[in-house]
Each structure stands twice: as C-alpha cells, then as structure tokens.
Design a binder for this molecule. Structure first.
Ligand code: 7PJ
Length: 277
C-alpha cells in the first residue's frame, strides 16, 4: 500500500513513524517544551536524526480545556516551523483544522494535512482541494476538544468509528481528493474512555476493511496512564507497546513523541518477522 502526498509517495510496506512537533505553549504531553519556533525547528532535526519518516507540526492543543488560539496565533506558531521543515527533504504534515491555516501551510509547501476534525470545519475541505496531491489524514472524534471527555458514549465503538470514517472517506473523495492521498485514524483519546480506546485497539483490524492505510496516535495518552498508573513523562514504554500493538492490528503509520524508542522497537519487530505486509 502507498500514501500519496504532495512531494512524496510513501511506501507503506513497512510501518512509518510520524514524529510529533508541538508548537503549543499548553500541550499536555510536553508542556510547551518546543513552544518557540526556533526550538521547534531544532526539534524537527532531532526527530529526523532519531529516524522519523514524517514530521507532524501542530499549533493548536486539543487537550480538553486548552485555550483555542486565534487563526493569527496558530499561523504565527506553525508557519515558521513549516517553512523550515520543508527544506529538510522529508514529508511535512500539519496538524490543523482551519481553512486559513491549511491554505497558508500548503502555500509554504507542506505535504500533508492531518485533521482531527476530518475536514469538516468551514472551508477546510475546499482549501485542500485547491492543491494537487495533498496527503490527508481523516480522524474520528466524538464531540469537540472542549467537551469530548465529559460523557463519551457508544453502543459499538468499532462500528461507529468505522461508519464515520467510511462517510468522511466518501465525502472527501467525492470533493476531489484522490483515494490514494487519504489515510484514516480512529482517534484514540478523542471522545473516548479508556474502555472505548481499548475496545477500539482490540477491534482495530476491522478498520482495514475501509481499504485505506491507518494512522494511529497512542503516544503518551491518558489511557496509557490509566493502564500503567504512570504520569505523562513515564509513558514511553507504554507508548511503544501501544504503537506495536496498533501495527500488529493493521496500522501503517504511528504518530509518536518518542521517535528513537519507537524506531528501535519497530526494527526488532521487523527482524522478528512480525511486520507482515
Ligand atoms: C492525534 C492527532 C491522533 C492524529 C493529536 C496528542 C493529542 N492527529 N493529533 N491522531 N492526537 N491523526 O498528541 O496526544 O491521535 S493531538
């Protein structure tokens, strides 16, 4: 399987690692460690040295209760980092939902739009279709980041996530985005309890029936804290295990903070013959 993005056609015969570059002063998992554009640019280079295949740059924290930046604020955070990252000869993804930000980063040469709102925000889908070959990640979320963890409810979490992703895949291809540009993401932690996330991981293979690559993000998430009893900075082993579990249940791309540890784990996994694609 392949993922077509603007400058790169990505071979998914081995799992790829997407390294997270937060340019938010209020990210839950690294607490604004890379808040300045300069620090975020350095972080891009570090993640590439650690073996990241894709960089994912984000300027909006989706942590419940986080301050929502204005468009101008989000752009001021993200754009300088994108401009630097596109010179590094790797696919550059931007984690955003807003039409204005999408247009600006695609103008700056970004390859992929990773949208936790699955291109449902006003003008966002149209902003993507103005360019050719943009890679897209469509993620499932129940509710919105402010209220999503208040009382998430599903009758059948796997079936409902699958149905949503199928609908978005149809809508986005109908709007003119080629199917080979699209990846799908069940959105671990987005409007889901620990029990929902675990059920989704156990049933994740069903999502492969949608026929598109799966991108998953388990890195340092709260459910891993609930399983292990560990705070956010002691979740590296749990995150690596979750990434491997997701790959063994069909994920093609893992979105992670701890690139070096994940790359090592995937190398051993592959040597053991456990990556079978
Ligand atoms: C995800 C994301 C995810 C995709 C975030 C965090 C919260 N994009 N952006 N999938 N999570 N595609 O990193 O913990 O799971 S922000």
């Amino acid at each position: 399987m392949w993922w077509q993005t603007r400058r790169f056609r990505l071979d998914l015969s081995r799992p790829l690692v997407m390294g997270i570059v937060n340019v938010t002063p209020d990210s839950f998992s690294d607490g604004g460690l890379h808040a300045s554009p300069e620090a975020a640019c350095q972080h891009c280079e570090q993640l590439l040295n650690e073996g990241a295949d894709i960089l994912d740059i984000g300027g909006e924290s989706t942590r419940p209760g986080a301050h929502t930046p204005s468009v101008a604020e989000e752009l001021a955070r993200v754009l300088p980092v994108v401009q630097h990252a596109v010179t590094l000869r790797v696919p550059v993804s931007v984690d955003t939902s807003r039409a204005e930000v999408i247009s600006a980063v695609l103008d700056a040469g970004a390859d992929i739009i990773n949208d936790v709102r699955a291109l449902q925000s006003p003008g966002s889908l149209q902003a993507v279709t103005r360019y050719t070959g943009v890679g897209v990640c469509l993620m499932h979320m129940q509710g919105d980041p402010h209220s999503m963890q208040q009382a998430p409810h599903y009758d059948d979490v796997v079936a409902e996530v699958q149905q949503f992703l199928a609908q978005r895949l149809a809508a986005v291809t109908q709007a003119g985005v080629p199917e080979d540009c699209i990846t799908l993401d069940p959105g671990y932690g987005f409007g889901k309890t620990a029990a929902h996330n675990v059920a989704l991981l156990q049933g994740q293979a069903a999502l492969s029936a949608l026929g598109r690559p799966l991108l998953i993000g388990w890195s340092r998430k709260r459910t891993l804290g609930e399983i292990t009893g560990k705070p956010v900075h002691e979740r590296v082993a749990a995150s690596v295990a979750a990434a491997l579990a997701a790959v063994s249940r069909g994920a093609h791309i893992v979105r992670v903070h701890d690139v070096a540890a994940t790359v090592d784990a995937l190398k051993v996994w592959a040597a053991a013959g456990l990556v079978t694609r």
